[in-house]
Design a protein around this ligand. Sequence first.
Ligand SMILES: [Zn+2]
Length: 236
Amino acid sequence: MEEKSDKTKKIYGKIKKKYTQKSVKKRIEALFLDNIGKVITREQIIKAATDLKTQKQPENWHQRLSELRTDDGYTILSWRNRGWLRVEEYLMPSSEKRSIAGKRVRPDKDTWQCVLQRANYSCEWAEGNEICGLKEGAVDPVGGGRVKLTPDHKNPHSINPDADTKDAQQWQALCGRHQVIKKNYWDTNTGKMNVYAIIQSSTSSEKEIIFKFLLDYFGYVQDKAGNIHKLEIGKQ
Ligand SMILES: [Zn+2]
């Protein structure tokens, strides 16, 4: 398998210089670009992302990392998509960026104020009847860090995105965690769960359950040595 050949080359990256870029995201980007194909750890990311002047450690580095994937189009692998990476190890296989579809639309200032007032300055993410409701500036009990609400375009593929910048109905306020969930796990083209992304982000034991389910589903069996055989139905 391809992954195995990656694994034999598992080399850890290094912080080669001081990262003086203005934003946390830019400093993390520079660290990865300096270490293409090498494993970067959580500690290295935090160190590189720390503001050299204030020495303030960024609590939101995880979100910035996610933005490098979703907004900038970089591929950054983690234990979620490569079994041989440990938890909190990351790897950028190349500096290539996927082309990001279209430019991002944002609500104008007044519209965003309208959205925030409607939302009562809290996250509007709804799952069934439950609304997230985390307030701007509160501590996120699940993801950690302070909540910063940002606008989410409910239908980014709407016919007239430019008109939407003035229509509060087209927007919702989301906390960082739910922005990530929406971007990663929700296919805005189809309005369906992004099953592939969900499986990628599941734990190894969850993947094993899914793997066994798929073997059953497609009529395969796995023997004790781990080899997979197609069940030959109707044959003796
Ligand atoms: Zn939320």
